[in-house]
Design a protein around this ligand. Structure first.
Ligand code: F6P
Length: 340
């Protein structure tokens, strides 16, 4: 068989281990793999590189993706869709492994509906793909955010300030939730809950009163209501670029104005997406990449490899895309146990 593999959407730690797993699992079964460059753009425009087992040496611990990535939507225009199918035919591919988040997997589902032999692998630092317990990238990215919060604790304490840390996560609050829980924030704001300014200010005041400083974690996706400066720039899938809304800066301004407590903010942005994958992400990416090859070998196209409890299995792509997995009430209940 001849396999193809691509990585699409925002990069995250674990993509390289997943590519390595696809190539080595396929090679172990006697099959070759072709890499497509820059996500679906590489399939549309026929940008490829061969991936031999020697090409993936050392990828287990490397951040980013050696294949490159993009947010290209290959089915946005019919002319592009035709080019995708032509490329796959030209290379006589028997199976395409698409590694990505909701947008990339939605395109994979569309390809499947048009007769393409495709299997998905879920990834995203946002941890918001439905149908899998975890996505790789999340643990590594959130560990960076926790480290940032701990650094902010030192300086907030020295200067008796409040500091707001803005983290990524799009419209799911998993990164903020885990950062707040693991970093001991005094208040954590996630998109799944309405913004309650008086509750936030009360927590900041209580923390400063108790020990002289306050730490707030805010997800980039929270809705602060109408305000100035929303740039509204969108990507090819129509998603707003949330970091441009700068909710951390705005929150710091509001806290300082209302409480008189000196307040700063930090937006760590893409720093969260770089660096070596952590242990959990290396193992999960390896398992899912290998399982995607197994699904293709078994003819189970149109499925996506997922983690359910301790087990890696396949589910229909249609069951994994279109809706985001968001933070549940039970997690929010735990989170608020530790509010100031
Ligand atoms: O979906 C992953 C993610 O990192 C989000 O958390 C964030 O909103 C977005 O990508 C940023 O996208 P870009 O890399 O295109 O700026």
């Amino acid at each position: 068989m001849k396999f193809g593999v691509l990585t699409g959407g925002g990069d995250c730690p674990g993509l390289n281990p997943a590519i390595r797993a696809v190539v080595l699992r396929a090679a172990r079964a006697g099959h070759e793999t072709l890499g497509f460059l820059d996500g679906w753009k590489g399939v549309r425009d026929d940008l490829t590189r061969p991936l031999l087992p020697t090409d993936v040496t050392g990828l287990i611990g490397r951040g980013g993706t050696v294949l490159g990535s993009s947010r290209t939507n290959p089915f946005g225009r019919e002319a592009d869709a035709a080019k995708v199918l032509e490329t796959l035919d030209r290379h006589r591919l028997d199976a395409l492994i698409a590694i990505g988040g909701d947008d990339t997997l939605s395109a994979a589902l569309e390809l499947h509906r048009r007769g393409g032999r495709v299997v998905g692998v879920p990834k995203t630092m946002d941890n918001d793909v439905t149908g899998t317990d975890w996505t790789f990238g999340f643990h590594s990215a959130t560990a960076v955010a926790v480290d940032a919060l701990e650094r902010l604790r030192d300086t907030a304490g020295s200067h008796h300030r409040a500091i707001v840390l803005e983290v990524m996560g799009r419209h799911a609050g998993w990164v903020a939730l885990a950062t707040g829980l693991a970093g001991g924030a005094d208040a954590t704001l996630v998109p799944e809950e309405g913004y309650d300014e008086s509750a936030l200010l009360a927590r900041v005041r209580a923390a400063v009163h108790a020990r002289g400083y306050a730490l707030v974690v805010a997800s980039e996706g929270i809705d602060l209501g109408p305000r100035r400066g929303s740039a509204g720039a969108k990507d090819e899938f129509g998603h707003e670029l949330l970091r441009e809304r700068q909710v951390g800066v705005e929150l710091a301004r509001r806290i300082e104005e209302s409480t008189g407590i000196e307040t700063r903010s930090a937006q760590i942005g893409h720093i969260q997406r770089g660096g070596a994958p952590e242990l959990f992400d290396r193992i999960l990416a390896t398992r899912l990449g290998a399982h995607a090859v197994d699904l293709a070998l078994a003819g189970r196209f149109g499925e996506v490899a997922v983690l359910r409890g301790e087990v890696v299995t396949g589910i229909p792509l249609a069951d994994a895309v279109g809706t985001s997995k968001v933070v549940t009430p039970a997690w929010l209940d735990l989170l608020h146990t530790f509010d100031a």
